[in-house]
Write a protein that binds this ligand. Structure first.
Ligand SMILES: C[S@@+](CC[C@H](N)C(=O)[O-])C[C@H]1O[C@@H](n2cnc3c(N)ncnc32)[C@H](O)[C@@H]1O
Length: 326
């Protein structure tokens, strides 16, 4: 699960400085001075379910209890926000953050922190908005119908067409993201491999949950989804380390990879449905309570609006939950 970072300008037919997106993204996010090394952490730049409400952690605690799993691993743990919330809810849980960034200074001592996933653990493994940050290559089909790697300049974001992708990537594209002349596609092979490595390394009885925005063969966007985020705003994806770089996840290919990796059962659902299943439904409190019991009315209203945000079908509720049992 270590991200291999290579930096070899000038390899592409004498063109200097341009890199395939996968390499540019790996260096910009995780290399020295990379975006995710910044102590500010992801929460300074965008809002995930973890930041939206403590109810998200409560739902995951429900899931751990339902599965009778006492160890929870957070892959791509950010600054440990989810683990800290889980620790507060149940200090007896064994908690581990797997994260490229350094251990946050304020993290409770009881929470373990590592750069890589240890093998053979039996655990509930949560990967919230991790796969969308696993580097991808971008391919554009040229006017002759030939797929070409898109190369990007790491400082300006300028793109040029490079060589043909590898045979493995061409196979992946044919199966999962067929594209016509002029269209772009994002090669999710590295994500399939990352998820397969995670699932195959788990001990029996584990449940791994990938939560992210994504698409499938029927909903693939022809132009791709690669974009940037900085300080709460969507920005052009320039791989200079100054912004997040993210692309939606091809969930159907990740599901197939999990099957091959030995998942014993797989469920793909929406966050909206998964949270309802874990008891997070909740409507607005009756209006007359505002007069009869204003304090609890306000508390219940806040609770309902947090659930509403987590389950919004046009927002976080529309995210996919891929649950792979091992
Ligand atoms: C979008 S943030 C999500 C943070 C947190 N899970 C949340 O939901 O708020 C993605 C995180 O994954 C981490 N990450 C990406 N690739 C990783 C890898 N191979 N191993 C460990 N952490 C990784 C990044 O450093 C970053 O903190």
């Amino acid at each position: 699960m270590e991200t291999a970072i290579t930096w070899a300008p000038g390899r592409f037919g004498g063109v200097t400085d341009y890199l395939p997106w996968r390499e540019a993204m790996a260096a910009a996010l995780y290399g020295p001075g990379g975006f995710y090394r910044d102590p500010a952490g992801p929460a300074a730049h965008f809002r995930t379910s973890v930041h939206a409400s403590a109810l998200f952690a409560e739902a995951l605690l429900q899931l751990a209890e339902r599965e009778r799993l006492r160890t929870v691993v957070d892959i791509g743990a950010g600054r440990g926000e989810l683990l800290t919330a889980l620790h507060e809810l149940d200090p007896r849980l064994r908690l581990l953050g797997v994260e490229v960034a350094e251990r946050p200074a304020e993290l409770p001592e009881a929470i373990s922190w590592r750069r890589t996933m240890p093998g053979g653990l039996t655990a509930l493994v949560i990967a919230n908005e991790w796969l969308d940050n696993v580097p991808i290559d971008v391919v554009e089909v040229d006017p002759h119908g030939v797929p070409r790697l898109v190369l990007v300049h790491p400082e300006t974001g300028e793109e040029i067409l490079g060589p043909e992708p590898t045979a493995e990537d061409v196979d992946w594209l044919q199966q999962w993201w067929p594209a016509a002349a002029g269209q772009r596609a994002e090669v999710g092979r590295g994500r399939d491999e990352a998820w397969a490595a995670l699932v195959s390394g788990l001990g029996a009885g584990s449940l791994a949950v990938a939560i992210d925005y994504g698409h499938d063969l029927e909903t693939r966007p022809a132009g791709g989804t690669l974009t940037g985020f900085r300080w709460g705003r969507q920005v052009a994806p320039i791989p200079d380390g100054s912004c997040d770089l993210t692309a939606h996840v091809a969930f159907d290919s990740v599901v197939a990879a999990a099957r091959l990796a030995g998942a014993t059962s797989i469920r793909l659902t929406t966050q909206r449905a998964a949270l309802a299943d874990l008891g997070l439904t909740g409507g607005r409190p009756a209006l007359d309570r505002a007069r009869t019991d204003p304090r609890s009315y306000v508390a219940e209203l806040a609770h309902a609006s947090e659930i509403g945000e987590l389950r919004d079908p046009d927002g976080l509720g529309g995210f996919s939950w891929l649950m792979a049992r091992r």
